[in-house]
Design a protein around this ligand. Structure first.
Ligand SMILES: NC(=O)c1ccc[n+]([C@@H]2O[C@H](COP(=O)([O-])OP(=O)(O)OC[C@H]3O[C@@H](n4cnc5c(N)ncnc54)[C@H](O)[C@@H]3O)[C@@H](O)[C@H]2O)c1
Length: 352
């Protein structure tokens, strides 16, 4: 194990399998323990503890928080109080108020906060970022971001959290798109938008509870307009109310061309550039980002940053800004007024 960052995983649900696939092949990290509120949920071959025991365990350096959004802040604060670094699934917390509590507790304790998504550290978004930085499309002026699905209750056996505060298409999928947009274009200074909740009830579609109806507590269709600090304007639609669409995921439009960015929910994907000079779309081979990455890559990036004394990329500060943009967008939709986004963050360093 050497000097590896020793990881304790909390929350052994649907997404944990992807982390458990990736963690063993990541440099600089070692999974040493796991815990869940539900003691029947275990990880074969890994030391199982109760959550409180895991926070206190002397051989855990970082708590990997894969619980549901409602528990993100509580788990992070427990881990920080025990002196551990934390890296959590998105969103950072249910609200900026909670997110601030997490960041200030970590600051006071001298520990780091990392947060998903780390997909944007893969070759897809990073190759697109390199194109922008090299001026392939000139000065960026605008972008679009579209995520449309009929809803996760079709496939997730416990989908209720997607329809409670902390869920909805914006809080669930927005972090991928907004983190990619901030990686590409930098932070956002103001937002406006509207939202809709066409159905007050949804039905579990898979697993032992299939057929169970549950209430919808959040907006399920969100349309927003974002102004980045560099002046670029993004149009975004995040929806759990669309059966089919032929929309791109993310496109960036510049003074000298256009850039097609792959799905930010994936690590890799096709990047294409259209230049005014060339007059047609051309594929761009992957040339930046972590290759063969999977969920957990952000933890390895954090471990490397601790060892090097540098900033980690999937940071709490970035996740907080993304949370602030999402919260501001929902507030704009509720009040029908443009909202200033008061937080900011540095555009994260590219992955070479
Ligand atoms: N499911 C996916 O495909 C997916 C993809 C990307 C990200 N995510 C994110 O991952 C997180 C988890 O999603 P999931 O689908 O795995 O949820 P899940 O409901 O399948 O699993 C969550 C697990 O956390 C445990 N848990 C809840 N509160 C806890 C607490 N306080 N202490 C300890 N354990 C606790 C639950 O018992 C459960 O086992 C969410 O933030 C979600 O947005 C999920």
């Amino acid at each position: 194990m050497g000097d590896a960052l020793r990881v304790g995983l909390v929350g052994i649900g649907n997404i944990s399998g992807q982390y458990l696939d990736t963690l063993p092949r990541l440099p600089g990290v070692a999974l040493v323990a796991a815990a869940d509120l539900d003691p029947s949920r275990t990880v074969p071959g890994v030391r199982m503890l109760r959550p409180a025991e895991l926070y206190a365990a002397e051989d855990v350096d970082l708590v990997l928080n894969l619980t549901i959004p409602r528990a993100h802040a509580e788990v992070a604060l427990s881990a920080i109080a025990a002196g551990k670094h934390v890296y959590g699934e998105k969103p950072l917390a249910l609200s900026t108020a909670e997110g601030r509590e997490v960041l200030s507790a970590a600051g006071a304790a001298g520990v780091r906060v990392g947060c998903a998504p780390d997909t944007v550290l893969g070759t897809g978004t990073q190759t697109a970022r390199r194109c922008l930085d090299e001026g392939a499309i000139g000065q960026p002026v605008a972008a679009t971001a579209f995520m449309t699905t009929p809803g996760h209750e079709r496939w997730h056996p416990d989908p209720e959290f997607y329809y409670r505060p902390g869920g909805g298409p914006l809080f669930d999928m927005g972090p991928y798109y907004l983190t990619a947009l901030v990686t590409l274009l930098g932070p956002v200074r103001r937002v406006t938008g509207l939202s809709a909740t066409p159905r007050s009830e949804r039905t579990v579609g898979s697993g032992p509870r299939a057929g169970t109806a549950f209430p919808v507590e959040v907006a399920t269709h969100v349309a927003g307009v974002l102004e980045h600090e560099n002046g670029a304007v993004t149009t975004m639609v995040m929806s759990f109310d669309v059966w089919a669409a032929a929309l791109p995921r993310i496109e960036v439009y510049g003074t000298a061309g256009s850039l097609s960015v792959p799905d930010p929910n994936d690590f890799a994907g096709d990047v294409r550039v259209f230049t005014a000079a060339g007059g047609e779309w051309a594929d761009v081979p992957a040339s930046a980002g972590y290759a063969d990455a999977g969920r957990g890559t952000g933890v390895a990036d954090l471990a490397a940053a601790i060892a090097a004394g540098t900033a980690h990329r999937a940071s709490g500060e970035l996740a907080y800004h993304v949370l602030d943009v999402m919260e501001s967008l929902l507030r704009a939709a509720e009040t029908a007024r443009t909202q200033d986004v008061t937080s900011t963050c540095p555009r994260p360093d590219p992955v070479p």
